[in-house]
Ligand binder design. Structure first.
Ligand SMILES: Nc1ncnc2c1ncn2[C@@H]1O[C@H](COP(=O)(O)OP(=O)(O)O)[C@@H](O)[C@H]1O
Ligand SMILES: CC(=O)N[C@@H](CCC(=O)OP(=O)(O)O)C(=O)O
Length: 252
């Protein structure tokens, strides 16, 4: 793993991309001014679902992962690279920061392989990233990346944004990984958990207290922690503590 010091990876979910506050951009500026490298990995799940429905396609997810047939893959590509990514790049640029859209259509950036083609169709799991390309981009820009991977035969695969971002955070040796979503953290009823141990998460999974899109998020968080990332935050605002998951709290 080529360590890139001082890198912050922020995954922004599809709902959150539409709700970015002035405080969000102020925090990006503060990190940028402090010399941190910033990579945004964006989702767009609600937008993909909405466009799929408009086009008469069936929307199906299993454990928070979209079942992606070849038509849904086209919609995913069009929505992520045609709508969500340009909109985010424009917002970052409008806040006076240098944004660079990173996607799998030119130089491969994320490499993947089928997760389980029979079950999920055109869905990938991350196998590698183009370290040199990303490192060069982050030296000068805030990277804005879509979770689309390329497989060894050059075929595009849809990767869950949380899973992709966690793998990228791990491979970049990021110091911090933030999952910006539409809820203030991991919740039990109306209460936000300030921290979450592996044991507690296992219990919550068993009791079905973690469902839908929160499942890949928590799995992604632990994947990152188990592989070198020190701190993961799940929140809906960068200025709120949300739920913090620490490497030191992996056990217990
Ligand atoms: N225990 C939980 N705490 C918070 N959210 C949960 C929990 N279990 C399931 N969820 C659901 O997970 C959703 C967040 O995942 P998702 O919709 O995929 O967001 P994103 O687009 O940001 O990835 C929440 O809106 C909520 O409906
Ligand atoms: C395979 C898979 O599930 N891919 C996701 C990619 C986008 C995403 O993760 O968007 P959110 O972060 O908004 O959920 C999807 O198609 O919805």
């Amino acid at each position: 793993m080529a360590e890139m010091a001082q890198t912050i990876v922020i995954k922004i979910g599809g709902h959150a991309t539409n709700q970015l506050s002035p405080e969000f951009f102020a925090q990006l500026h503060a990190w940028h001014d402090a010399g941190k490298q910033i990579l945004i990995v964006h989702g767009g799940g609600p937008q993909i679902s909405s466009w799929s429905k408009k086009l008469g396609l069936t929307v199906k997810k299993i454990n928070g992962i979209r079942v992606t047939d070849s038509e849904t893959l086209k919609v995913t590509q069009a929505v992520l690279l045609g709508l969500v990514q340009p909109m985010l790049c424009q917002k970052v640029t409008a806040s006076d920061l240098p944004a660079l859209g990173l996607n799998a259509t030119g130089q491969p950036i994320i490499y993947g392989d089928y997760l389980n083609q029979k079950l999920f169709g055109e869905v990938g799991q991350l196998t590698d990233i183009n370290q040199d390309y990303i490192a060069a981009a982050l030296k000068t820009h805030i990277g804005v990346m879509a979770p689309l991977a390329v497989n060894p035969t050059g075929h595009l695969l849809n990767v869950n944004g949380d899973v992709a971002a966690a793998g990228i955070a791990r491979m970049l040796g990021a110091e911090e990984f933030i999952l910006l979503t539409d809820v203030p953290g991991v919740m039990v009823k109306d209460h936000v958990l300030s921290s979450l141990s592996k044991q507690k998460a296992t219990h919550m999974f068993k009791e079905k207290l973690i469902t839908a899109g929160m499942q890949p998020k928590i799995q992604a968080a632990f994947d990152a922690l188990q592989n070198g990332v020190e701190k993961v935050t799940i929140t809906n605002k960068l200025q709120s503590a949300g739920t913090t998951l620490l490497k030191s709290q992996l056990v217990g």
